[in-house]
Design a protein around this ligand. Structure first.
Ligand SMILES: CC(C)(COP(=O)(O)OP(=O)(O)OC[C@H]1O[C@@H](n2cnc3c(N)ncnc32)[C@H](O)[C@@H]1OP(=O)(O)O)[C@@H](O)C(=O)NCCC(=O)NCCS
Length: 216
């Protein structure tokens, strides 16, 4: 990453990403967030440039952008930021916290964000603008789509496929080789054992009992 960056958003996810950028020694020109007073010092003392339109003062050749918008269930707002500025010719920098563990053959697309304590194993591909958040674990040979958010502490076993725009809630677990569709919501703590169609919202009941074991 050689260009300085502008962070879009100044809320909680933005601060997590900004901390990773600082630790990587990336120069931040400023933050765009309409909720913060223009000209003030924002998180980590970084200047608030104004709302998102303040980006226009910098040409795409001068800066990269970093998406500071997170998600708690729908990934739509984050996707909107990425697509709006991509259409205007801006590029989003990928961010990997220095305390993340990412196998050498993992591929990260434009704007992917890998936060502190995340582990991504061999053969996995992470799509554009996707987040593998704090302490999340993605095992070998997974395919993570664009704009996916794997929330803190979630675990994906090997060979899991996640469709574009899906949010996997905090501490959810997905067993090996499951395919999750596009724009799904997997609730916090859910355990996913079967393929999930597009646009599905899932939570796990803690009330289900299993039949008696017959052997083993
Ligand atoms: C699933 C989720 C999106 C539901 O949110 P919501 O639509 O606002 O739903 P509510 O909180 O009104 O809950 C509706 C019902 O679902 C239940 N429920 C909510 N989340 C649940 C979950 N994760 N597992 C099981 N049940 C859940 C609630 O207890 C409630 O049950 P009730 O109707 O019997 O009282 C949310 O609880 C969740 O898990 N979000 C993920 C958060 C996350 O990943 N954050 C990461 C930020 S970095």
């Amino acid at each position: 990453m050689t260009k300085p960056v502008i962070v879009i958003g100044g809320g909680g996810h933005a601060r997590v990403v900004m901390d990773a950028l600082r630790r990587r020694g990336v120069s931040m020109l400023g933050i765009c967030d309409p909720a913060l007073p223009q000209g003030s010092a924002g998180p980590f003392g970084i200047a608030v440039l104004g709302d998102d339109e303040a980006v226009a003062a910098y040409a795409p050749a001068q800066v990269d952008l970093v998406n500071g918008v997170g998600s708690t269930q729908s990934t739509q707002a984050r996707r909107h930021v990425f697509e709006t500025f991509s259409r205007r010719g801006y590029r989003f920098a990928a961010v990997v916290h220095p305390a993340a563990i990412v196998a050498d053959d993992v591929t990260l697309d434009e704007g992917a964000q890998i936060m502190a304590g995340a582990i991504i194993q061999s053969g996995t591909a992470v799509g554009r603008d996707a987040i593998v958040n704090t302490g999340a674990r993605v095992d070998h040979d997974c395919r993570i789509g664009d704009h996916v958010h794997i929330a803190p502490g979630a675990t994906l076993s090997g060979g899991v496929v996640v469709g574009d725009g899906t949010h996997i809630g905090v501490a959810a677990a997905v067993i090996q080789s499951v395919k999750l569709g596009r724009n799904c919501l997997i609730g916090a703590g859910a355990v996913v054992t079967r393929d999930v169609p597009d646009e599905t919202r899932l939570v796990t009941p803690a009330s289900r009992t299993l039949p008696e074991r017959t052997g083993g």
